[in-house]
Design a protein around this ligand. Sequence first.
Ligand SMILES: [Cu+2]
Length: 259
Amino acid sequence: MKASIARLWPLAIAPAAFLLGSCEAPGGISPIFPTPVSPNGQGIYNTYIGISVPAIIVFVLVEVALLWVVIKYRRSKQPAGYIPPQIHGNFTLEIAWTIAPLIIVLGIAGYSFVELQKDFQPVANYDFEVVVSGHQFGWNYTYPEGFTIQQEGTLAGDVQPFVVPVNKLIRLRMQGTDVIHSWWVPAISGKTDAVPGYDNFTWLKVDRVGTWRGECAELCGSGHSTMQIIVQSMEQSDYDAWVQKQKAKAAAPAASPSP
Ligand SMILES: [Cu+2]
């Protein structure tokens, strides 16, 4: 008996080893939430913590109660033929353990729904709008100045970044040209579907200079895994210079047609 329990230890350790190992994954996608850099990312992070911490407390309490019963009332410590107290049909207990989980689950539903409403409504007081269009396999970002950044999917290296200025509220109008894709940068916002023939909205307001990674989060075909997303934020002056460069590039005749 002792030996068989000892053999189970790797099963308990494996998930922890996986989680810790994955934190350093070069793709930047970690199973643990990254530091949020936009208010909607912060809202999702708070929801995640707000649900996970009570869930972990409930889990620990249930497991401790289970272990306590298993150890304290184990058969080998009871007299032969012992039958424990029978509580089946205890009305108060059954009402309590029906109502308590119901309250917890409704609480989680309400909490999540409020967060969803905050993040996926089209914001009105935005500084500018970028049209984000998903295709097999990549993303196009069309800026108000008229130029488009092509973030063509690849596994060979980094994709071209989607550049934004810091501390500006930017509305993202999500579109799709072929199948449904989903734009997701965990540090910035939740998953937002890019659906052909239908505009979806999300937004971002990045509070620091840096680079963040994401992925297409909707299985969209054989090149799905190539659909990396890189968001790069810069100071307003650097951003203005970058916009001028993109405008000049768009105006100049293309040296060779892009594939
Ligand atoms: Cu996709």
